[in-house]
Structures are given as structure tokens and as C-alpha cells.
Write a protein that binds this ligand. Structure first.
Ligand code: GDP
Length: 162
């Protein structure tokens, strides 16, 4: 099979915002972590699909810590980019910030790393274009993503051994 042409993270990266509605929150107006994770998965999946150029499915979502509350009426900003590409899977990172449009103050709510697998027309894992790294941040994220991949594999091995 012909080698796939490489792509830069800038060709698939995405920044998007979403207004938090009462349906996203509890009765006191605190947005559910699950709502944030759903929007994050959607945004990350778009980045993965743009990089792979094929259908993608979520393979794993890393642990996520919420550093600050998000309220109804906040603008949830999600910045997402591909950090690492393996043979058929890739890591997408998402940085989430909550912006109160009334005082324009932005807070880093959390960051998360998600893994997607690209699928062919028959639903089988299929190769993904390699990543062309140019900026120092992209090179750092690639290295850190490789370390996270090793950690996930080690954790899976421990859980399977039990
Ligand atoms: P980092 O992974 O150590 O750089 O931690 P951050 O919390 O700053 O970002 C988490 C992830 O969000 C990164 O790994 C990137 O994949 C993505 N990201 C961060 N900043 C940006 C940005 O300005 N634009 C886009 N598109 N993605 C970003």
C-alpha cells in the first residue's frame, strides 16, 4: 500500500465555543462534567476526522480533572489539536476554558487527551497520515503523548493481569 502523505497539526486543529445552557447544568447552575466531556469528545472527533480523512471512533478518554466551576451562561471554549499519530490511532488534546461573557474573564477549566481509531468502509482499523511536526510546542506534545501512550498500555496490562 502507498505511504500516506503527512499532515501538520495546523491542518486539522480547531477552536470552538459553546454557550452553556440550563440543560447542561444542575439546579444551582453548575455545568455537569459529563456535558463538558460530551462537547469535548465531539470537538476532538472532528479534529481526528480532519486529520485521518476517514471515519473515526473514540477508543479512550483519559482521566479529566476540573479545576474550576463552569456556570450556565458561560462560553465554553475548546481548543483541540492532534498531538500524536500511531499506525491506526491518534491522540487529540483538548484545552477547555470557561469565559464569562459579562466580565470577559477566562478560566482554564481543564485539559484532556482522547484517543481515536480511524476506520475503513468495512469498519476495520485503517492507517492514518503521519504527523509533520514543525513548532516546539508540537514536538513537546508529541513526546508527552508518547509517554502517555506507554502509561495507558502499562495501566491496561496491570488491570488485565488481575
Ligand atoms: P499541553 O498538552 O501540555 O500543551 O496542555 P494544555 O492544557 O495547554 O493543552 C491541552 C491540549 O489542547 C494540547 O495538548 C493541544 O492538543 C490542545 N491545545 C492547546 N492549546 C491549543 C491552541 O491554542 N489551539 C488548538 N487548536 N489546540 C490547543
Amino acid at each position: 500500500m502507498a505511504k500516506l502523505k503527512g499532515k501538520k497539526p495546523s491542518e486539522s486543529e480547531l477552536t470552538t465555543a459553546r454557550l452553556m445552557m440550563p440543560t447542561d447544568a444542575n439546579v444551582l447552575g453548575n455545568v455537569f462534567g459529563g456535558s463538558i466531556m460530551k462537547y469535548m469528545d465531539e470537538v476532538a472527533a472532528i479534529v481526528a476526522w480532519r486529520h485521518a480523512g476517514k471515519n473515526v471512533v473514540t477508543a479512550s478518554i483519559d482521566r479529566m480533572n476540573f479545576y474550576a466551576p463552569v456556570y450556565v451562561g458561560d462560553l465554553l471554549t475548546m481548543k483541540a489539536a492532534v498531538n500524536f499519530v500511531g499506525h491506526t490511532s491518534m491522540e487529540i488534546g483538548v484545552r477547555i476554558e470557561a469565559l464569562d461573557p459579562r466580565n470577559r474573564e477566562g478560566t482554564h477549566t481543564g485539559s484532556c487527551y482522547l484517543t481515536y481509531v480511524a476506520l475503513d468502509e468495512k469498519g476495520r482499523p485503517t492507517p492514518i497520515p503521519p504527523l509533520i511536526l514543525t513548532t516546539p510546542a508540537e514536538k513537546r506534545r508529541f513526546k508527552e503523548a508518547m509517554a502517555r501512550r506507554k502509561l495507558r498500555e502499562a495501566e491496561d496490562a496491570v488491570l488485565k493481569a488481575d
